[in-house]
Design a protein around this ligand. Structure first.
Ligand code: GLP
Length: 243
């Protein structure tokens, strides 16, 4: 528990930096990092950029895999997760573009795209550290209520609650929010060596309570991480109000 959301971002970025440096990545040994979008990780990305600019951290031997991507909007749409990641992180650091993996929500065969994504993660040696946030309905990535806790990367129809929550990024217009997305599964994230989930703000207090004090349930998919061997929840004081 950190005091503020800004402290959470700083703490998480320092943790990621330490993990990458301790791993000592090189041309034969890439560090693999799973990444989310959303407003919560933005402070972390800002700090990672600062570490890179200060010469304290390089992403040259880092491979990233993003959690999810909308379907049915162009890749260069300002609200695609591809645009989000390039604008908020990738274009500011020294990651090789081919090492920054995102699902293609417009692939001609979406099932094949998802299968290949799983294969790419395995080929990269699995995810060392998966960073995540949570939606107000307890979803991790886009694993909406009812998702299997052993699910893999697949197409998912978004819950109405998620569409309403994400409308703020589409000019507040629910009709403009895509209704489908590609998402890694709960099982895909559970396979990561380590998982770090960021939760900030009073509006996430009930979600944090359910995530760590509620029962493990496919109706609140982030609760699955109670069963993960190495998961850390990093939150601010505001998010702890219901604990
Ligand atoms: C989206 C993403 C999730 C993210 C959630 C929370 O639904 N698919 O991965 O955790 O938003 O977003 P925010 O951090 O803006 O609350």
């Amino acid at each position: 528990i950190e005091n503020t959301a800004a402290d959470v971002g700083f703490w998480a970025a320092k943790y990621i930096k330490r993990k990458i440096l301790d791993f000592n990545p090189g041309p034969d040994k890439y560090f693999t990092l799973g990444l989310p979008t959303g407003s919560t990780p933005m402070g972390t990305y800002q700090k990672l950029i600062e570490f890179y600019k200060a010469g304290k951290l390089s992403f040259k031997y880092v491979k990233t895999f993003n959690m999810d991507e909308y379907c049915d909007i162009p890749r260069d749409h300002p609200e695609s997760y591809h645009s989000f990641m390039w604008n908020h992180l990738f274009k500011h650091i020294d990651i090789e573009p081919e090492n920054a993996h995102l699902l293609d929500g417009n692939a001609p065969d979406l099932d094949k795209e998802c299968e290949e994504y799983e294969r790419k993660i395995v080929q990269a040696g699995g995810i060392q550290l998966f960073l995540g946030g949570i939606g107000p309905d307890g979803h991790i990535a886009f694993n909406e209520p009812g998702s299997s806790l052993v699910s893999r990367t697949r197409v998912k129809t978004l819950a109405q609650e998620t569409i309403i929550a994400n409308a703020r990024f589409f000019g507040g217009d629910i009709a403009k929010v895509p209704t489908r997305a590609l998402t890694v599964g709960v099982g895909t994230v559970m396979d990561a060596k380590e998982v770090m989930i960021l939760i900030t703000g009073a509006h996430k207090a009930y979600a944090l309570h359910k995530a760590i004090e509620g029962g493990v349930s496919h109706m609140f998919t982030v609760s699955a991480f109670q069963m993960h061997k190495n998961t850390i929840f990093v939150c601010d004081e505001d998010a702890t109000m219901e604990l």
